[in-house]
Design a protein around this ligand. Structure first.
Ligand code: GTP
Ligand code: MG
Length: 331
């Protein structure tokens, strides 16, 4: 997929002249893939009007469809099934958790992990960063990771420890993981806008946003700002969906929970961000502490059955609960 796409140049698009190409480059869009991920607002000033912006973006998408880089607008289900074969799955380090995901974390999708503090969201993200460089035959995605750290909890030492404990080349794992400390919501939006370039240059296959809501939630506090916050989150999430699709990458978004005191039945916690986050994410997984273990529950998925899995965290990152037990019982 990616090889063919690199050869597609902006100038090769029909009806796009050198002037438009240089205008697009001014806003950081340097390839057909990057143009296809763009939103009309970002380029409308440069290209003259919103209509022109739409036209350019749809031209880019159409070219990608013609080159079999993304799915066509209308396909028969049979063809859609064939297309699903291009989805890669990254193992999580725990067989139980992989079973919950029907094989691992998927590319072309956003997987939301939500749960209270200490439920293992950041640990799952670190483990995936260590594993994703493995070739697909060995459970990886055959590429690197980008970690967008909004909470200051990324630890290279932890990544190194996980890679070491799993017997991977830790130097390679550290080299394959690009980290960006994100300071505010506009910074996050800007980084997500320019992801395409980094993905293309560094063969990225996994993107972690840890966490997706914290900055927007902290900055847009008053009631009057809620609509703007949701609108900005919406466009950020849509960009992520397009990025996942067009570049065949897996996206992990972690999310916090809030307590709903008015719940009478069931669990009183729910993810923050409301419907916007819920609808944009392909899979939603709820993580809970269960003694020293962790429980993952597939809450929302277009095709996974409702299921639960128990895992735990060790020096290898995420592992099966039994694996840790076995080890501690060993003489
Ligand atoms: P918040 O970001 O605070 O919402 O929590 P989170 O869901 O991201 O939690 P995180 O993934 O950071 O999980 C923290 C838990 O992982 C700790 O309570 C430990 O049980 C475990 N943990 C973290 N680091 C290590 C480690 O180096 N070794 C082991 N064995 N366990 C660890
Ligand atoms: Mg965390």
């Amino acid at each position: 997929m990616a090889q063919k796409s690199v050869e597609l140049q902006l100038g090769d698009l029909e009806g796009i002249g050198p002037a438009t190409v240089s205008k697009l480059k001014e806003v950081g869009i340097e390839s057909v893939l990057q143009l296809a991920v763009a939103m009309s607002d970002e380029i409308m000033n440069e290209v003259g009007s919103r209509e022109k912006a739409y036209e350019l973006i749809s031209k880019a998408r159409k070219t990608l469809q013609e080159n079999d880089i993304i799915e066509r607008e209308f396909v028969r289900a049979e063809e859609a099934l064939e297309w699903r074969k291009s989805v890669l799955r990254c193992t999580t380090g725990s067989e139980a958790l992989d079973a919950l995901f029907a094989g691992g974390i998927e590319t072309q999708a956003i997987t939301e992990l939500y749960g209270e503090f200490g439920s293992g969201k950041t640990q799952i993200a670190h483990t995936l960063c260590a594993i994703c460089h493995l070739p697909p035959e060995e459970g990886g995605l055959g590429g690197g990771a980008i970690y967008l750290d909004t909470e200051g909890t990324f630890r290279p030492e932890r990544l190194q420890q996980i890679a070491d404990a799993r017997g991977y080349d830790k130097k390679q794992v550290l080299q394959n993981t690009m980290v960006s400390k994100v300071y505010n919501s506009s910074h996050l939006e800007l980084i997500i806008q320019s992801l395409g370039k980094y993905i293309e240059q560094n063969n990225i296959k996994l993107i972690v946003v840890d966490s997706i809501m914290s900055l927007h939630r902290a900055e847009f506090t008053g009631r009057g700002t809620l609509a703007e916050r949701q609108q900005r989150l919406n466009s950020l999430l849509h960009r992520l969906i397009r990025t996942a699709d067009i570049y065949n990458v897996a996206i992990i978004a972690t999310n916090q929970v809030m307590s709903q005191p008015d719940t009478f039945f069931g669990d009183p916690t729910k993810p923050v961000g409301g419907n916007i986050v819920g609808h944009a994410c392909t899979y939603r997984v709820y993580l809970r502490k269960s003694g020293s273990n962790r429980k993952a529950i597939m809450v929302d998925s277009p095709y996974h059955p409702y299921s639960e899995a128990i895992f735990t965290v060790s020096e290898k990152g995420v592992v099966d609960a039994e694996e840790k037990e076995k080890k501690s019982k060993a003489p």
